[in-house]
Design a protein around this ligand. Structure first.
Ligand code: GDP
Ligand code: IMO
Ligand code: MG
Length: 421
């Protein structure tokens, strides 16, 4: 029986998951998202076109294969409609190709408002969420108050919605939060009708049937391990399990059906939103990483914070996920750098540690190992052999430190700018 291979981010998101899923899709029959929602922004570039996907899996551009939005995903009908209509306009009609789990939870208009209201109430301690209603929707799911895609097929779905809305409005009143939901709600009802033309399925059965038929499946993560609700820099995290275990609960796949785990990381680090970031740079080098790497959020347009690669965090993520192959992204951004630094230890309260700390408000001083820059354009290289020695030295150091091979190296945003070893 085939297994489900997994691609997931090892940092704070935006590692380049969308690009690599698109590159690897030709090896698979099915691609499935297992968690997150439209807080994700996955960028794909090919044939001079650029696409940003938020709820729709990144396998949709390769050969009309089934793409699944799994039960672990939270879905905003309005944003989904915008995304699907834009794709239809550019010639990609997904009504047959896309399957949506009946058990995926719906982001209601009031969830978005609650997200804003909770952030406002937190003041300077705010998380810096994407404002898409992710936290409130997952909260309702766990507290057994959620509304699911399958509920839309029931004749009384409007009453079900009204009960959820009333409960949310009560909370908003207690927070003294001003809002007007009229337009958003009207748009939501239209979007829900639009959604119903897609295949709404029992995706856990669909996926397990595919496995029985020996059809290879790729699970696409959103966000990154350091944003995981259990293992990330809590409370500055998202509200889902972004780690490999999330594939089991978010798709209905048994743990012994997990195959390769591809862990993606940038050759440096970025983070958007609040929270700890030990190797963050506040100098010219940080600005250079942001400028050359175009580090602005694909969803919110917010400037991403930039810093050096953090091997303590990377090893932690590899451990939690059981990563079997590493994928290194965006090293081309550092083509012109004289020196490249990697954090290989932390100093906390005068003591050296190689563990990711529990407390997020401690002062972490990274201990760096320095590497000579390669000082040439690696985007032009077509095979690993063509890379300059200084770059290979960087890659091989990471392999030695982590004990995991770097199997794919991405040297530009385009589908073609990818080297598989
Ligand atoms: P995701 O959320 O993990 O899919 O990543 P995002 O799409 O949010 O951010 C990755 C950004 O880096 C996108 O703008 C990509 O087009 C771009 N990108 C991906 N791989 C590379 C690469 O190897 N080099 C460069 N320079 N850009 C890349
Ligand atoms: P992709 O899939 C980067 C961050 C937000 C915020 C925190 C919580 O494109 O890598 P949320 O809206 O989820 O409640 O926000 O998580 N965040 C992301 N950062 N990439 C993402 O997705 C993210 N999704 C959420 O900035 O700090
Ligand atoms: Mg992104």
């Amino acid at each position: 029986m085939k297994k489900v291979d997994v691609i997931l981010g090892l940092q704070w998101g935006d590692e380049g998951k969308g690009k690599v899923v698109d590159v690897l899709t030709p090896n698979y029959d099915v691609v499935a998202r297992f968690q997150g929602g439209p807080n994700a922004g996955h960028t794909l570039e090919f044939c001079g076109e650029k696409y940003v996907l938020r709820s729709i899996p990144s396998g949709i551009f390769q050969g009309g294969k089934p793409n699944i939005i799994g039960n672990g995903v939270v879905l905003d009908a309005i944003l989904f409609r915008g995304e699907a209509e834009a794709l239809a306009k550019s010639g990609h009609d997904l009504t047959r190709q896309l399957c949506i789990s009946k058990k995926a939870h719906l982001i209601l208009p009031t969830h978005r408002i609650l997200d804003a209201a909770y952030e406002a109430a937190k003041g300077s301690a705010k998380i810096g969420t994407t404002g898409k209603g992710i936290g409130p929707t997952y909260t309702d799911k766990v507290s057994r108050n959620g509304m699911r895609v399958g509920d839309l097929l029931k004749p009384d779905f409007k009453e079900i919605y009204a009960a959820h809305k009333a409960r949310h409005e009560q909370i908003l009143r207690s927070l003294n939060y001003d809002y007007d939901i009229t337009e958003l709600e009207a748009e939501w009802f239209e979007a829900v009708e639009y959604l119903k033309q897609f295949r709404i399925v029992d995706s856990e059965y669909f996926i397990n049937e595919c496995l029985k038929e020996d059809r290879p499946i790729l699970a696409e993560g959103a966000q990154g391990t350091l944003l995981d609700v259990d293992f990330g820099s809590y409370p500055f995290v998202t509200s889902s399990n972004t780690v490999c275990a999330g594939v089991c609960t978010g798709l209905g796949v048994a743990p012994n059906r997990i195959g390769e785990v591809f862990g993606i990381f940038k050759a440096y680090c970025t983070r958007v939103g609040s929270g700890p970031f030990p190797t963050e740079l506040f100098d010219q080098t940080g600005d250079d990483l942001g400028r050359i790497g175009h580090e602005f959020g694909a969803v919110t347009g917010r400037k991403r914070r930039c810093g050096w690669l953090d091997l303590i965090a990377l090893k932690y993520s590899i451990m939690i996920n059981g990563v079997t192959q590493l994928i290194m992204m965006k090293a081309d951004v550092m083509n012109g750098f004289d020196t490249i630094r990697v954090a290989t230890g932390y100093e906390i309260n005068g003591e050296r540690t190689e563990q990711f700390p529990f407390d997020v408000d401690v002062d972490i001083k990274p201990i760096y190992t320095d590497f000579e820059g390669w000082k040439c354009d690696i985007s032009q290289c077509k095979s690993y052999d063509e890379f300059p020695a200084a770059f290979k030295n960087y890659v091989e150091f990471i392999e030695r430190e982590t004990g995991v091979p770097v199997k794919i190296i991405s040297v530009g945003p385009d589908r073609g700018e990818t080297i598989v070893r």
